[in-house]
Design a protein around this ligand. Structure first.
Ligand code: GAP
Length: 462
């Protein structure tokens, strides 16, 4: 039974709900549009991706430092960054059904229609509501930032914003990082955390939501080194996608953004897109933001944000290469890429049945190993509990399960992406060995209990 792109999202959303990865948000109150709760396995999968990112790009590099800045900052920061004036989406409303659309999405859909004359500019003139055929309003611009009030009064002096990206906090903290960390250019500042955008058309499960998590780096360098640093970070992003998320490179598109479509301050932008089941859309991005951000913050804060080159004595405003990763989109791409249905043998010799399996990279799997006693009697429960405790004490995420047939227990672990199931059987008390079943190959290997933690740790390193 093959999974088709048409059925994949439904299968994925129902698996996520059924197996404790991602639930509809606020469900007991009837839900809340486009909000999602990460359940125990989803939260762990997300954390494993975030940890792998921090480990790879902060801990294992001498040229990147991490920070953690507030979600609510001085609103002047968003004035300086241009978000208050220009962080908008163009929207149109249907006068009949009152639905709201992003004008750029309607234009993209029209340009993608079969037989559309690519030479003709696409415009909204004469376009009707795609839902009911009603007349559309003119375009209006809608700021995506969530406004709030800080303190006990609700007036213009207390207006503040939830950050629409984590990047802003790093530019604002740059002066203090520069003054305390004694780093030489080129070097980067990294941050992970929540960002908020009042999206007009959220949707496609966790692809576009109003609250999401980003992992971003602002890599500062001399202006003449920016093209080289851009290439290096693009290479790092490609390696992340294949080595950590294990996405098939043919499912990822690197789209060079044309001059006319780039933000005016960007010298180069590449969008990194993934072939989600609902279409090829943005996963990550990377931009050469020149010295735009630091020069704007310098102007608005009146602080000197230049870098003093200790060798040449020059004061320079660094250029910034900004690779940016969406964490929720990473979760979605990993789940979509690795969801599979194949045939698994049943208890009847020679017979097979379809099994759903999440072939997650072991490093990212929420549970690394399940310990399953073949039966409760004969001291097998005790042996298995002792093994599970031993693995936990080594920092390995383990689940213990003794209920139901062994086949059902394997299926459950396959669906949550557990790479190894360790079966404790009648031989275990005698020779202190257990069998380890591989999720993907479905092969079994007998291993001394004392060696299992090291066996798993070795495989998590690759
Ligand atoms: N600092 C640059 C920046 O924020 P962006 O392309 O607007 O760039 C970066 O966002 C990444 O954040 C995207 O590539 C995507 O992965 C993620 N992202 C953006 N909006 C999102 C949303 N509404 N829901 C989920 N993820 C989103």
């Amino acid at each position: 039974m093959a999974i088709t792109p048409d059925t994949k999202m439904d299968l994925l959303i129902s698996l996520c709900k059924r197996r404790g990865f991602i639930f509809p948000g606020s469900e007991i109150y009837g839900g809340f549009a486009n909000s999602w709760d990460y359940g125990p396995y989803g939260a762990q999968l997300k954390k494993n991706i975030r940890d792998a990112w921090w480990d790879r790009f902060v801990l294992r590099r001498g040229d990147v430092v991490g920070v953690d800045t507030p979600i609510i900052m001085n609103p002047k920061a968003w004035e300086a960054s241009g978000h208050i004036a220009t962080f908008t989406d163009p929207l149109v409303d249907c006068k009949k059904c009152k639905r709201r659309f992003r004008a750029d999405h309607l234009l993209e859909a029209k340009a993608a229609e079969p037989g559309y004359d690519k030479e003709k500019p696409v415009d909204l003139v004469g376009m009707a509501c795609p839902e009911c055929g009603g007349t559309l309003t003119d375009i209006r611009y809608f700021n995506l930032m969530f406004k709030t009030f800080v303190g006990s009064t609700e007036d213009t002096t207390s207006v503040a914003y939830l950050r629409p990206e984590t990047a802003g906090g790093m530019f604002v903290a740059w002066k203090n990082v520069r003054d305390t960390m004694r780093k030489r250019l080129p070097f980067g500042i990294a941050q992970t955390g929540k960002a908020f955008r009042n999206e007009i058309t959220p949707g496609n499960f966790i692809f576009r939501t109003r609250e999401f998590e980003q992992m971003e780096i602002e890599y500062l360098c001399r202006p003449e080194d920016a093209p080289k640093a851009f290439e290096a970070w693009l290479g790092e992003m490609k390696a992340w996608v294949t080595d950590v998320l294990k996405l098939d490179p043919s499912h990822v598109v690197y789209r060079e953004i044309e001059d006319a479509d780039r933000a005016f301050y960007s010298a180069r932008t590449v969008d990194i897109e993934y072939m989600y089941p609902f279409g090829t859309k943005e996963l990550y991005g990377i931009a050469n933001r020149t010295d735009y951000d630091l020069s704007r913050h310098q102007e608005y804060s009146k602080e000197d944000l230049r870098y003093l080159d200790p060798e040449t004595g020059e004061h320079i405003l660094p250029f910034v290469i900004e690779p940016t990763w969406g964490l929720d989109r990473s979760v979605l791409a990993v789940l979509a890429e690795h969801l599979d249905i194949d045939d698994a043998p049943t208890a009847d010799e020679g017979d097979a049945e379809p099994r759903m399996v999440l072939r997650l990279p072991p490093l990212l799997s929420p549970v690394k190993a399940a310990v399953l006693p073949l039966q409760k009697k004969g001291g097998l429960s005790e042996e298995a509990h002792a093994l599970a405790d031993r693995l936990r004490s080594e920092g390995i995420a383990v689940e213990y399960d003794e209920s139901g047939s062994i086949g059902k227990r394997y299926r459950r672990q396959d669906e949550i992406g557990t790479p190894w199931c360790i079966t404790v059987d009648a031989q275990t008390p005698e020779d202190k060995t257990a069998t380890v079943r591989d999720r993907d190959a479905m092969t079994q290997e007998r291993i001394p209990i004392a060696d299992i933690a090291a066996w798993i740790a070795e495989r998590l390193r690759t």
